[in-house]
Write a protein that binds this ligand. Structure first.
Ligand SMILES: C[S@@+](CC[C@H](N)C(=O)[O-])C[C@H]1O[C@@H](n2cnc3c(N)ncnc32)[C@H](O)[C@@H]1O
Length: 345
């Protein structure tokens, strides 16, 4: 019986074909996440099957589309495919590789859920006088079907005020706006609702903005006690006043903000590897947490030095990785072996 995490040496297209012949692998994976080689950027070895060395960009894109189309058979119906990919240039012009890949995969039946911009804060500035430095890559998120497993709560981020160390106080202490006509009974009821507020509030269980405004009086310069955004912003969006159905706390989640679709994550080498194109653990961790549950199966068809495997070990997901080159397979095995195993969920 195969031992997991499993690293398979070979051409991703061929291995995916073989796996999809095995009934146990079909519809098994909750997540396929990978970063294929850039087109004509670097050479990983001498194997003619290496991706990114094709004679034309069209062949490269078609090869990627064919590979990910086969991957669809391996995904569970609620599973997702995430491709971290950058563009390349030829004769000054961008080749639109991420865009052509996206169009091709949508034709193959995938649903494009997000084209996230991964902003590399520490990008290397180019010496070019005519092009801007390449400071981002795409993180393309596709689902197999319309219903897709996600868990936003595990990847929420802190708002700027919190990051910058402002407004550190607990939500209850933030109820600081000076009431013009305070209504003690209403205040007590609003405070009780907030104090009993649990992590997954329903709209009915939460005080609405108008509850709060009428209990406390309303000072638009003050902050919402959970997200620390100024109430004024809600006013300018016409969300306050008689919009009784609009519970401010339903959008201001105590677990933090929805991270948005621009991800600011610095690139990093790790575990002493000099490797050229590993994706940062923080990026993969965010995807694995969002798209899978403990015990789920994850596949990376271009597993390189094993970053996805390292994160799967950490988060207790089961992992299969594929890479063309034996030295990458043995290094990634070693990296996963040496990585810590703990569960942060
Ligand atoms: C961008 S790197 C992936 C790095 C990986 N995300 C990590 O964090 O280490 C692309 C990988 O694809 C592998 N590769 C290239 N052509 C391949 C092919 N035809 N089949 C499988 N792997 C291939 C390369 O050896 C390289 O390790």
């Amino acid at each position: 019986m195969a031992r997991y995490p499993l690293f398979i040496e070979g051409d991703a297209g061929t291995v995916i074909d073989q796996l999809s012949q095995v009934p146990g692998h079909r519809k098994k994976y909750s997540l396929i996440v990978t970063s294929p080689p850039y087109y004509k950027h670097r050479k990983y070895g001498d194997d003619v099957r290496e991706m990114g060395r094709e004679s034309s960009d069209s062949t490269f894109v078609e090869r990627l589309i064919a590979l990910f189309a086969k991957c669809r058979r391996l995904l569970r119906d609620d599973g997702s495919l995430w491709v971290v990919i950058g563009d390349s240039r030829r004769n000054y012009g961008k080749l639109l590789i991420p865009h052509r890949l996206t169009a091709g995969l949508v034709r193959e039946g995938y649903i494009l859920r997000e084209d996230i911009i991964w902003y590399k804060r520490n990008y290397i500035a180019s010496g070019s006088q005519i092009n801007f430095s390449q400071a981002y890559e795409y993180v393309l998120f596709f689902s197999k079907c319309s219903s897709c497993f996600t868990n936003m709560d595990l990847i929420r981020t802190k708002g700027n005020e919190v990051k910058e160390g402002r407004n550190k106080e607990q939500p209850l202490n933030m109820l600081q706006f000076g009431p013009i006509h305070p209504d003690k009974k209403k205040i007590a009821s609003v405070t009780k609702k907030i104090a009993n507020w649990n992590a997954t509030p329903t709209a009915e269980s939460l005080p609405s903005t108008s509850d709060i405004a009428s209990a406390y009086g309303y000072d638009p310069e003050k902050f919402c006690p959970t997200c620390y955004r100024k109430f004024k912003r809600h006013v300018t969006r016409n969300r306050i006043g008689e919009h009784k159905h609009y519970p401010i706390f339903a959008v201001c989640n105590s677990r933090g903000k929805n991270p948005g679709n621009v991800w600011d994550i610095a690139t990093k080498a790790h575990h002493g590897n000099e490797h050229f194109a590993i994706f940062p653990e923080e990026l993969v961790e965010r995807i694995v947490k969002f798209a899978t549950q403990k015990g789920d199966w994850v596949l990376d068809p271009f597993s390189g030095r094993g970053t996805t495997g390292i994160i799967c070990k950490k988060l207790k997901r089961r992992f299969v990785g594929i890479d063309l080159y034996p030295h990458n397979v043995s290094l990634s095995k070693k990296n996963v072996q040496n990585a810590p195993a703990y569960d942060s969920d």
